[in-house]
Design a protein around this ligand. Structure first.
Ligand code: SAM
Length: 224
């Protein structure tokens, strides 16, 4: 378990960062604000992974067994919207209010229909009273120092599938991103394949997990 004081201070920094960064982040998907030339250059490198992880989430949730989905770190709601369009019932949780406002705007009709609800909280801090068929954690572990705490909670709250992305360590762009985030006081964590195998091993998930190499990220699917 992570040090509590350190955890609180880090999650506060992440919330502040994403609250202010909401419109910029959303614009990577082509929503809201215009991108600068430098941002567009970076997007080109990160976009392949972003597209691949999006496709994998839709592929692995496209089954009748998966009806309810928890989107942890749902951000501006791009995944929530796609999963709702695919007929799923979704709960999105995020620590940054600005991000949730974008998600609510995108999925307003589904909120009215009771197909989606949003929770403003850090994931570890919010106890869920129901279980979900699947959880999506895309672009989430980038900001999480001790993934095991999240895994242990997911194990209780999710019954079938975990679909997760982890940013790869190494490379100039990874280093450059780390510096950019550090300048804005936002923590950032990278993972090697060995790190992931060790984490999955600690959970006893190695034989239930698939690690897929998708350019800048590893995509991990755990079938519970
Ligand atoms: C890079 S965005 C990804 C958003 C969305 N999943 C996507 O891929 O489009 C990461 C999101 O995770 C949220 N986040 C980070 N740490 C969190 C935590 N401990 N609990 C809940 N949300 C968190 C941030 O506020 C941010 O909106």
């Amino acid at each position: 378990m992570t040090n509590t004081k350190e955890y609180i201070s880090e999650t506060k920094d992440v919330a502040t960062f994403f609250h202010g960064y909401a419109a910029d982040f959303d614009s990577i998907y082509g929503h809201t604000k215009k991108r600068s030339s430098w941002d567009k250059f970076l997007d080109k490198y990160f976009r392949v992974s972003m597209r691949l992880r999006y496709e994998l989430v839709l592929k692995y949730t496209a089954t009748n067994e998966i009806r309810t989905i928890l989107d942890v770190g749902c951000g501006g709601g791009v995944y929530c919207e796609a999963l709702l369009n695919a007929g799923k019932t979704v709960t999105g949780i995020d620590i940054a209010e600005g991000m949730l406002q974008l998600a609510e705007q995108k999925t307003a009709q589904y909120i009215t229909e009771g197909k989606v609800n949003y929770i403003h909280s850090g994931y570890l801090e919010h106890p869920f009273s129901q279980q979900y068929d699947a959880a999506v954690l895309v672009g989430f572990f980038d900001y999480i120092k001790t993934p095991i705490d999240t895994f242990k909670k997911l194990e209780k709250e999710v019954t079938k599938e975990l679909l997760m992305s982890f940013p790869k360590s190494g490379g100039f762009l990874g280093w450059q991103r780390k510096v950019r985030y550090k300048m804005r006081n936002c923590p950032l964590y990278y993972y090697s394949k060995t790190d992931l195998e060790s984490l999955l091993g600690q959970m006893g998930w190695l034989n239930k997990a698939e690690i897929i190499d998708i350019e800048r990220d590893f995509f991990v699917r755990v079938t519970l």
